[in-house]
Design a protein around this ligand. Structure first.
Ligand SMILES: Cc1cc2nc3c(=O)[nH]c(=O)nc-3n(C[C@H](O)[C@H](O)[C@H](O)COP(=O)(O)OP(=O)(O)OC[C@H]3O[C@@H](n4cnc5c(N)ncnc54)[C@H](O)[C@@H]3O)c2cc1C
Length: 342
């Protein structure tokens, strides 16, 4: 591997960039990015972008930053490439940053490469760890982990949420330095369309990932399908456990095959090679075969259990810590009843 990110003789100027939330505060991914920056030796500068940035600066007043640079104004409250990229570029130049760290949210993911290009720097995205000796990230859908460093500066590092313990520091009254940015944009955000809260099944902060596979919609021992009953059992367990709902590709694809489908399930729930790789402490797979393209999405789930009727399924072949060879309809009804009785 190349030399370390930095040494005593080569101090970095580390800039962490963050957007403020609608209420003016900083969200968890931003606090994680600041915490990750502490692993590198250098001078820390925090750049804040939003309609009002003082509340956020006060929230992290004790984080050890030498400076808080801010781009403030109503036009910077909405996610939009033109304004986000211009604000990030201006702060990075004002800070003379050599390392720029952003949380890899969808908002920062959209501008990360563009900002690096404007600064004649380089960007690495989906980074899972930052240390004094470089960064780590995964390739080929989490099958290979790479440790890397770069000599090019500035180096923009987008760190995935959920990889770092969020910053905890004293609040206070921070002194901020405004950075002037002139922007003109033709794009207006006119509103947000989001599912109703009760339909929200993807919960990144949940302790448990509950995965449903295609077996829930297949013919059961009595020769019939039981899709409405499957939907009721799955939703009952989700409501009782507050877990996050994942799916196999086969189950979310079934709507395309003209079969009955679980109405609350979409491709956003898909876990795996062509789906997502969420981070949860525990995972429970049900009615899913545990094939490699699916289980590769379980890389960051620490404790894995599965319920399948097939004792020879993929989970039995080293993919799960515990496999229950059992009828998931019966097991999940019982588990939900036990949760309700607690
Ligand atoms: C390039 C490529 C990319 C892919 N990407 C993905 C991906 O991102 N995500 C993904 O999931 N797949 C992906 N796949 C597809 C993957 O290979 C599998 O086809 C898919 O995961 C199978 O889904 P499944 O296990 O739900 O369904 P099935 O293979 O049909 O398995 C259903 C299981 O349910 C069990 N079952 C049935 N009834 C019950 C019951 N009552 N109780 C308990 N168990 C029961 C059965 O025994 C069976 O094991 C990809 C494939 C390719 C080629």
């Amino acid at each position: 591997m190349d030399p370390a990110i930095t040494g005593d003789t080569n101090m970095e100027t580390i800039l962490v960039l963050a957007h403020t939330e609608a209420d003016g505060s900083l969200a968890k991914p931003a606090l994680e990015a600041i915490a990750a920056s502490r692993n590198i030796t250098g001078t820390l500068i925090v750049g804040l972008i939003g309609a009002d940035t003082q509340k956020a600066a006060n929230q992290i007043a004790g984080c050890g930053a030498a400076k808080f640079l801010t781009v403030t104004g109503p036009e910077f409250s909405q996610p939009r490439y033109a304004t986000d990229a211009a604000a990030a570029e201006a702060i990075a130049k004002a800070a003379a940053a050599t390392i720029i760290i952003v949380p890899h949210t969808s908002r920062w993911g959209r501008v990360a490469a563009g900002v690096a290009a404007r600064l004649s720097g380089r960007a690495d995205t989906h980074v899972t760890g930052i240390s004094a000796t470089g960064i780590t990230r995964w390739y080929y859908r989490q099958r290979m982990e790479a440790q890397m460093t770069r000599t090019q500066r500035p180096w923009l590092i987008a760190i995935d949420p959920g990889c770092t313990v969020p910053l905890e520091c004293a609040a206070g009254t921070a002194t901020t330095t405004p950075v002037a940015v002139t922007v003109s944009s033709r794009t207006q955000v006119t509103g947000i369309k989001a599912p109703e809260a009760r339909q929200q099944t993807i919960r990144p902060d949940a302790k448990l990932l509950f995965v449903a596979g295609a077996g829930w919609t297949k013919k059961q021992a009595d020769g019939a399908t039981h899709v409405p009953e499957a939907a009721e059992i799955i939703l009952g367990f989700l409501n009782a456990s507050k877990s996050s709902l994942g799916s196999s590709k086969s189950l979310v694809d079934i709507s395309g095959e003209g079969q009955a489908v679980l109405p609350f399930m979409s491709h956003l729930n898909q876990i795996g090679q062509t789906g997502s790789t969420p981070r949860h402490a525990k995972g429970l797979s049900t009615c899913c075969h545990g094939e490699e393209p699916h289980t590769v999405g379980w890389r960051f789930v620490n404790e894995r259990r599965a319920i399948s009727l097939d004792p020879n399924c993929g989970w039995a072949r080293g993919k799960a810590d515990v496999l229950y060879v059992a009828d998931a309809f019966a097991v999940m009804r019982k588990v939900t009843a036990l949760l309700a009785a607690k």
